[in-house]
Design a protein around this ligand. Structure first.
Ligand SMILES: [Zn+2]
Length: 96
């Protein structure tokens, strides 16, 4: 978010930096290193139009489960609700 009203990100020159971007599509996640302009005022990342289009393309690929061009990074897990409930129960219960 920008702290000052009336200043648009695009009119301010930020610092060009390679940032890590995480994209979600369906149940999948993809991560990539990409050049962004980081706003000097609020730190928000600004992406070029073609970069934004690329993000959309990647999101759509993830949704379609078209994983060509993506390398596996390990698995993502959803914590099981039953298992979670067990962890939240008070542990002070005596066994006897
Ligand atoms: Zn800003």
């Amino acid at each position: 978010m920008h702290p000052r009203v009336g200043i648009t990100h695009t009119k301010q020159r930020g610092t060009e930096k390679v940032v890590e971007k995480i994209l979600y599509g369906g149940k999948h996640t993809a991560v990539l290193q990409i050049l962004a302009e980081v706003c000097l005022h609020c730190g928000e990342r600004l992406y070029a139009e073609e970069t934004a289009r690329l993000f959309e393309k990647i999101r759509n690929k993830l949704k379609r489960q078209d994983l060509s061009g993506f390398n596996p990074l390990g698995q993502a897990f959803a914590v099981d609700k039953v298992w979670l409930k067990k962890q939240m129960q008070p542990t002070a219960k005596s066994v006897g």
